[in-house]
Ligand binder design. Structure first.
Ligand code: CU1
Length: 134
């Protein structure tokens, strides 16, 4: 049992002041022990006004997780409570900032469907995409 040292174990994604990610699909190689998502907000709006993050979850849990988005939970939480359904999430960042999150890729199943979205209140309708696990 060994991990593929040559796989791309990270990916880049960005967004702007438009409610849009630059990618609608991310690919995660499950031969990676860990996988890092590098996220950049290329806009100018502040994290408070129109921040963005990247939240990773199983698609089947999207309705449940998005229903828990609550402005009162604050920016540091990504406006989400702690939930087992959230596999990973970056912090919320404002324009000109970048961040990353690293997750355990060995727990992802090729048989499950995954997705990503932004949990800033009001953004999930437009800011989401699918994840392909290879
Ligand atoms: Cu957003």
């Amino acid at each position: 049992f060994s991990f593929n040292l040559y796989a791309a174990c990270s990916t880049d994604i960005s967004s702007s002041d438009m409610l849009k990610f630059d990618k609608t699909k991310l690919t995660i190689d499950s031969s990676c022990a860990s996988f890092t998502i590098n996220f950049k907000h290329k806009g100018e709006m502040s994290a408070k006004t129109s921040g963005h993050n990247v939240v990773i979850l199983e698609s089947k849990n999207f309705d449940k997780v998005k229903s828990k988005i609550d402005i009162n939970l604050g920016e540091d939480s990504g406006y989400l409570p702690d939930m087992l359904e959230v596999i990973a999430k970056t912090e919320i960042i404002g324009g000109g900032s970048q961040t990353s999150v690293t997750m355990d890729a060995t727990k992802l199943s090729k048989n499950a469907k995954y997705m990503f979205f932004c949990s800033f209140p009001g953004h999930y309708g437009a800011m989401k995409g699918s994840i392909e696990v290879l």
